[in-house]
Ligand binder design. Structure first.
Ligand code: FES
Length: 63
């Protein structure tokens, strides 16, 4: 199977999207997910970190 290059996209006032082939590890070195795409929180308000749960909208995140 051919690998698909990982790509990163920052959404204005929202999360960081990662797509393609990658592995995401937690602080203990365990794989959290290989599923693509994922959306990582940039605002710090998500209750499901490191993933975005949409809280950036109600938090009025800008960035
Ligand atoms: S960026 Fe979406 S909850 Fe933080």
């Amino acid at each position: 199977m051919e690998e698909k290059k990982a790509e990163f996209k920052v959404f204005k006032n929202g999360p960081l999207q990662i797509s393609g082939d990658f592995e995401l590890f937690d602080s203990a070195g365990e794989i959290i997910t290989r599923q693509s795409p994922i959306f990582l929180c940039r605002c710090g308000k998500s209750a499901d970190k490191p993933f975005c749960d949409g809280s950036h909208k109600s938090a009025g995140f800008s960035g």
